[in-house]
Design a protein around this ligand. Structure first.
Ligand code: PEP
Length: 246
């Protein structure tokens, strides 16, 4: 019914030499039943798209500007990502929310722009450690889903990534039951807003310290349809193990 997705976020890591890792990944997966996505730095996107052509790996952006074009120095539009070969873009990553003060409204506009350009928006949500410790997780997730997910979302253009901020790059992972609680909750929120058919077709990714040795346990959790992977996506050998676990 809904497709599984293993997505890698290289963040601000990698110059030309890193493309050898993408070449290795593409060699490992000439064809696959699941979707495999790597989001390299924007500087590598066009070359990355050429490398993965005619394999089961695709490439995406890490962010986009909500506007179609214009006076936004340093920004990249969704159309530009498409032109460079992207099939998806991450929006609302907690590092964007924190480093650039992005609020839900901005994230929603970016997701809308991506959908308008014909690529998938991977909308990230997740609580801070303080919010988890004060039992605010579900309230935060509800607020972020309501504010960041556009009305025109469908199973074809939306992916939601649940990424607890305290689990990103820390080696800490929520318990499997905590992951399930949030994923079930997100599915319910999507159901209430978009109806069952759409809600059931949107892939929900878990992100936060997914590694080769914990991936299969996490993928066994109901309503987890894949992962958004940071550090462990930088090496083809590590990411390939994660892909195979899905
Ligand atoms: C991320 O970058 O979204 C992420 C989850 O990072 P890591 O896998 O390194 O925790």
């Amino acid at each position: 019914m809904r497709r599984k997705l293993a997505a890698g976020n290289w963040k601000m890591n990698g110059t030309s030499a890193a493309l050898s890792e993408l070449e290795a990944l593409a060699r490992n997966f000439p064809s696959s039943d699941i979707d495999i996505l790597i989001c390299p730095p924007a500087t590598l996107l066009h070359r990355a798209a050429g490398i993965v052509r005619e394999t089961s790996v695709s490439v995406g952006g890490q962010d986009c500007q909500a506007a179609v074009s214009g006076a936004h120095t340093g920004d990249i539009s969704a159309d530009m990502l498409v032109d460079a070969g992207a099939s998806a873009v991450i929006v609302g990553h907690s590092e964007r929310r924190e480093d650039h003060g992005e609020q839900n409204e901005t994230v929603r506009a970016k997701a809308s722009a991506a959908m308008g350009a014909g690529i998938k928006a991977i909308v990230c949500v997740g609580e801070s450690l303080e919010q988890r410790e004060t039992s605010k997780t579900l309230d935060v997730i509800a607020d972020q889903i309501a504010g960041s997910v556009p009305d025109q979302s469908t199973g074809d253009n939306l992916v939601v990534a649940y990424e607890p901020i305290w689990a990103i790059g820390t080696g800490k992972v929520p318990s499997l039951s905590d992951i399930q609680e949030v994923h079930d909750f997100i599915r319910t929120l999507l159901d209430q807003r978009f109806g069952k058919e759409t809600a059931q077709s949107v892939p929900l990714l878990y992100g936060g310290s997914v590694k080769p040795d914990n991936a299969s346990d996490i993928f066994g959790v109901p309503n987890v349809d894949g992962a958004l992977v940071g550090g462990a996506s930088l090496k083809a050998s590590d990411f390939s193990v994660i892909v195979k676990a899905l």
